[in-house]
Write a protein that binds this ligand. Structure first.
Ligand code: NAD
Length: 264
């Protein structure tokens, strides 16, 4: 199947490098004809994102730090001026102080709790509200979450709490915007080696556990996430909104370690 995204224009937020989940999604969308704009957080990352965007035929790059709402407004203004409309957005942004992604959740500081919530959760609501104004003909919005929202994962701590709030936001935004033909969904990805993923203590152990104990007996890749994102951002999923779609080799359905893993 080709050309699923032909004529569609979308904003990708969260490419840091070619290991980013947002990059896997971008490649899948561009291969189906989507036209993409990219945000980058700070000049250093901008230098990495520019050639990646060029690989997919885009020269539309915009600086954005979601802690600075003026920079979010500037992104929306720039898109309005150049494209006049938006068909989809991808929010693949998360942050928490790595010193608090270990040890006890109970030790989370007030400052880091607020910052984690604003960057990893509330930014999606702020961006969705602005992007919706450019989606007169309907659209699709996607964010990224992790199973640490539903069940306790060692060291994920405050990020798990922020992801739970993000998933609830997906449902509320889907209800808000459904009447306007705008769909809002999330992908809950299994652990992947990325910059953000490396901030979580013992990330390697989580990857190995998932590989040994998920039904598919492997970890997922950014291309696995990209393919599922393509479905959620294209008209193939036109009847789907408010969903948390797991792309985790089935790990979320398990209730105990795999017997073969226990025996080795
Ligand atoms: P990544 O480090 O490649 O991407 C994280 C992105 O967030 C970066 O591009 C960074 O610039 C951006 N970001 C952080 N703070 C920001 C701010 N203040 N303003 C603007 N951008 C900011 O890592 P990734 O793993 O691709 O993360 C993408 C998303 O996927 C995150 O929401 C993450 O929580 C989620 N996720 C990751 C995994 C995993 O195992 N890697 C699993 C499930 C979900």
């Amino acid at each position: 199947m080709t050309g699923l995204m032909t004529g569609k224009r979308g904003l990708i937020m969260g490419v840091a490098n070619n290991h980013s989940i947002a990059w896997g999604i971008s490649k899948a969308l561009a291969a189906q004809g989507a036209e993409l704009a990219f945000t980058f957080q700070g000049e250093a990352l901008g230098k990495r994102v520019k050639p990646l965007a060029a690989e997919l035929g885009s020269d539309f790059l915009l600086p954005c730090d979601v802690e600075d709402i003026a920079s979010v407004d500037a992104v929306i203004d720039a898109i309005k001026e150049r494209w006049g409309k938006l068909d989809f957005i991808v929010h693949a942004i998360g942050f928490s102080d790595k010193n608090e992604l270990k040890g006890l959740y109970a030790d989370t500081s007030r400052d880091n709790f607020s910052r984690t919530m604003v960057i990893s959760c509330f930014s999606f609501t702020e961006i969705a509200k602005r992007a919706a104004e450019l989606m007169d003909e309907g659209g699709s919005m996607l964010t990224l979450t992790y199973g640490g929202s539903m069940r306790v994962m060692p060291n994920y701590n405050v990020m798990g709490v922020a992801k739970a709030a993000l998933e609830a936001s997906v449902r509320y935004l889907a209800a808000d915007y459904g009447v306007r033909g705008i769909r809002v969904n999330a992908i809950s990805a299994g652990p992947i080696r990325t910059l953000a993923g490396a901030g979580i203590s013992d990330a390697r152990a989580m990857l190995s556990w998932q590989q040994k104990n998920s039904p598919l007996r492997r970890t997922v890749t950014i291309d696995d996430v990209g393919s599922s994102a393509l479905y959620l951002l294209s008209d193939l999923s036109r009847g789907v909104t408010g969903e948390i779609h797991y792309v985790d080799s089935g790990y979320n359905i398990t209730s105990m370690p795999a017997l073969d893993a226990l025996r080795t």
